[in-house]
Design a binder for this molecule. Structure first.
Ligand code: TTP
Ligand code: MG
Length: 362
């Protein structure tokens, strides 16, 4: 895969930082957002805590009763989701702008180098900058704009793929910026603990440690097939990720607003047999989901990313809701064919999505 530059931005102690912003008197004090501790007998968990409270050992998902015991004097607040959602929306609008190459995207809907991961976290594919120094400058501008407009701090990680960007941000928190270029990736990854790798939870980490693998650099002691035997498909991924390989694309999606399937070719291609063969599989898989969940939809979108990260979409909205896979197949194939006819470039990724559902889908 050619050189990419991926940026991950994650707001610092998001819910708690918003509460601090509303109540400047909380600054410098431990703040915990979550269930009511009820003097230590409360049920439920911590949503998040500011970094002062974290020094007491308080963190997300900890039972609130334990948080209370660790720091009874902390300021405990219930979450104000309406406010956090509003702030999240404003921040995502700022972040999105940085995914354009200085010009607004021509395609409708979401910009294509932007992927929101959660309320306070998003990836940008900024490969178009072609330079890590420029990427760092972009990150500084982004952090500055969020601070000026929202009075909130964020941490940014930049790397050649999603995993490294995410891990760099994790190491730079809070209010940080860490850039790992492809040459630095190996030295960055190898000394880190195995559970620093996103997706490696406590159980996988314990199994790996039992096999003598404590650091990411130790993973190479085992072969890909050893890891596959132990962990299945995830084992193969651990093997790749430990070498700093992560081919996941930054891809826009809006939870429950569209459902889609996409595929990145190992090598950019113009072979229509390969392209349509894969496309058929994507549609089949999507149709399985449509049938399973009895989905009715109106809009069909086909995405085509050409060599050089140029991404285009075509959409068709039908008059009535349908659940018919044959219509989906016919319309989607037509759109893909038009892409091939209109653009002579090699194709890197194809995708098919449905949206405008007759009711809310989760
Ligand atoms: P995170 O980004 O995981 O955490 P954070 O922003 O509070 O802190 P950090 O500086 O480490 O990024 O999650 C974002 C928000 O999502 C967080 O403020 C609260 C909410 N959240 C929960 O409600 N429960 C959870 O278990 C987690 C992990 C997060
Ligand atoms: Mg965060």
């Amino acid at each position: 895969m050619e050189n990419r530059i991926i940026l991950l931005i994650d707001m610092d102690y998001f819910f708690a930082q918003i509460e601090e912003r509303s109540n400047p008197r909380f600054k410098g004090l431990p703040v915990v957002i979550g269930a009511d501790p009820k003097g230590g007998s409360g049920r439920g968990v911590v949503s998040t805590a500011n970094y002062i409270a974290r020094k007491f050992g308080i963190h997300s998902a900890l039972p609130i009763s334990r948080a209370y015991r660790l720091c009874p004097d902390a300021i405990f607040l219930p979450p104000d989701m309406e406010l956090y959602l509003k702030v999240s929306g404003e921040i995502m609008e700022i972040i999105k702008k940085y995914s354009f190459r200085g010009i607004p995207s021509k395609s409708e809907g979401l910009p294509l180098g932007f992927e929101q991961v959660s309320l306070d976290e998003a990836y940008l594919d900024i490969s178009f900058l072609k330079d890590y120094k420029k990427a760092e400058e972009l990150a500084r501008s982004l952090k500055k704009e969020i601070l000026e407009k929202e009075n909130l701090t964020a941490t940014v990680g930049i790397g050649p793929n999603k995993m490294i960007a995410k891990m760099a941000a994790g190491k730079a928190k809070p209010d940080g910026l860490m850039v790992i270029n492809p040459k630095e990736a190996k030295d960055f990854l190898e000394p880190l603990d195995i559970d620093d790798m996103p997706g490696v939870g406590p159980k996988t980490a314990a199994k790996l440690r039992a096999l003598g693998i404590c650091r990411i650099g130790d993973v190479k002691k085992l072969s890909g097939s050893d890891l596959k035997n132990i962990f299945g498909k995830w084992g193969e991924l651990i093997c790749e990720r430990a070498q700093g390989i992560d081919e996941r694309e930054v891809f826009p999606h809006e939870a429950a607003k569209s459902i889609g399937r996409d595929y990145t070719f190992e090598k950019d291609t113009r072979e229509s047999k390969i392209i349509f063969g894969i496309f058929d599989e994507l549609i089949k898989d999507l149709c399985r989901k449509i049938k399973e969940e009895k989905i009715r939809f109106k809009t069909i979108t086909v995405v085509c990313r050409f060599s050089g990260f140029e991404t285009h979409t075509k959409s068709k909205t039908l008059k009535n809701f349908i659940k018919s896979c044959s219509i989906l197949k016919k319309e989607a194939k037509n759109m893909l064919l038009r892409f091939l006819l209109e653009n002579p470039k090699y194709i890197r990724l194809i995708g098919v999505r449905i949206s405008s559902f007759s009711e809310k889908i989760n």
